[in-house]
Design a protein around this ligand. Structure first.
Ligand code: NAG
Ligand code: NAG
Ligand code: NAG
Length: 363
């Protein structure tokens, strides 16, 4: 009997360990190494939203190691390589380019056997990076009232149904339904208060609001693709597996949206937002699961939306033109004084013959 209880105790404790391993192991600690902000400069008219990176070559990138998001331990770093994040804005929209080293892996129709990326932004002032906003309510009790101040905005792109080089995200059909969904390519616009309280924009436990929209658009690409004229769905998986190269994920969104529910981050030119970037990869061909993702940092990374450089040029040229006016005036003055001195000299030389020369020492 005692032996039975002993065995039962082992089984139970093994179960507890198993269950708790789905949660985080131990105390959360973050040694954030990213104080330098990602710079989104004002560079209008240089990128096309097509997943291709050649038009980004003159934009500075910020390189990050990818560590497991739930347990940022360097031993478990993503072995495929690094992620480079680039951003810019054109005064109306903001653009992101994520470049990740990775062998080509694609399983058509199965999002979890394809790489995937997500951007997350702080919306509420008390929203932490850790635990997606960090609201301490459970699925049954989180509402826009109980979790107020913990809102984060999320964009998630799963490429299993997305043709490379084609545009996905906000589209008239899903936006007419008034939510952040994307039935064509699964580039969705979400918000969350914590990992268990995560919804498409417009949907919420306390009722839906049909005013929401999916404001994101994006495309993906991989170095191993030879075709540039455009893929169609039948071409999938588009290249043979295992080829070395980089994945490219390119996104854009208006700086401001019409959200009035605290579900979208609002970018302001000249101010700093808080960003996180996540990456999923089917390591060794195994499907990933939601919480098993890599992250570029274990805390928010600042994102500076720079003031347009052409504004600076304008300031410089206005001061330049006032300088020009001043120097023209100075030139005029010097010409006048030159004429005056010639005139005086002429008068002096004319009168010289009348006034007799008197040497000084004879006075
Ligand atoms: C954020 O937290 C502070 C301190 O707990 C609180 O005073 C403030 O009202 C919170 N902000 C929001 C938007 O809930
Ligand atoms: C909100 O929308 C979702 C998805 O369309 C639906 O499943 C849910 O029942 C709706 N909730 C309410 C309260 O209408
Ligand atoms: C919470 O959401 C509901 C449904 O979308 C909305 O009617 C209500 O005004 C919201 N409350 C707050 C405090 O934002």
């Amino acid at each position: 009997m005692l032996r039975f209880f002993f065995a039962l105790a082992i089984v139970v404790s093994a179960l507890i360990v198993f269950v708790s391993s789905h949660e985080e192991s131990g105390e959360w600690s973050c040694d954030s190494n990213s104080e330098t902000p990602i710079q989104a400069d004002y560079k209008p008219g240089i990128v096309t939203l097509d997943g291709h990176a050649d038009d980004w070559k003159d934009v500075d990138g910020f390189e990050f190691s990818l560590l497991p998001a739930l347990d940022p331990d360097e031993e478990n770093e993503y072995k495929g390589g690094k992620m480079t994040v680039k951003a810019l804005h054109d005064g109306k929209d903001i653009f992101f380019m994520l470049q990740v080293d990775g062998e080509y892996a694609y399983s058509k129709g199965n999002n979890k056997k394809c790489p995937s990326v997500s951007l997350m932004f702080q919306v509420g002032e008390n929203a932490s990076y850790h635990r997606m906003g960090g609201c301490d309510q459970s699925t049954d009790t989180c509402t826009n009232r109980t979790c107020r101040g913990h809102e984060v905005d999320i964009m998630h792109f799963s490429i299993g149904n997305a043709i490379p080089g084609r545009l996905y995200g906000g589209n008239p059909i899903d936006n007419r339904d008034g939510n952040g969904g994307d039935r064509f390519g699964h580039l969705v616009d979400l918000y969350a208060w914590n990992p268990h309280c995560r919804y498409l924009d417009g949907l919420s436990p306390s009722g839906n609001d049909s005013s929401a929209q999916n404001n994101w658009q994006g495309a993906w690409w991989h170095d191993s693709f030879g075709v540039h004229s455009g893929f169609v769905e039948e071409d999938g998986p588009y290249a043979s597996a295992g080829q070395k190269g980089k994945y490219y994920f390119e996104f854009s969104r208006p700086l401001r949206t019409m959200d009035h529910l605290q579900q979208d981050v609002q970018f302001t030119i000249g101010q700093t937002s808080k960003l996180a970037v996540a990456f999923w990869y089917p390591v060794d061909g195994n499907p990933w699961h939601g919480s098993a993702h890599y992250s570029i940092n274990c805390d928010w990374v600042p994102l500076d939306i720079s003031v347009g450089s052409s504004v600076l040029n304008k300031v410089a040229s206005t001061s330049g033109s006032s300088w020009d006016a001043a120097s023209a005036f100075a030139l005029l003055l010097s010409v006048v004084s030159l004429c005056l001195s010639i005139f005086i000299g002429y008068r002096v030389s004319k009168t010289k013959s009348i006034i007799p020369f008197t040497p000084m020492d004879h006075l």
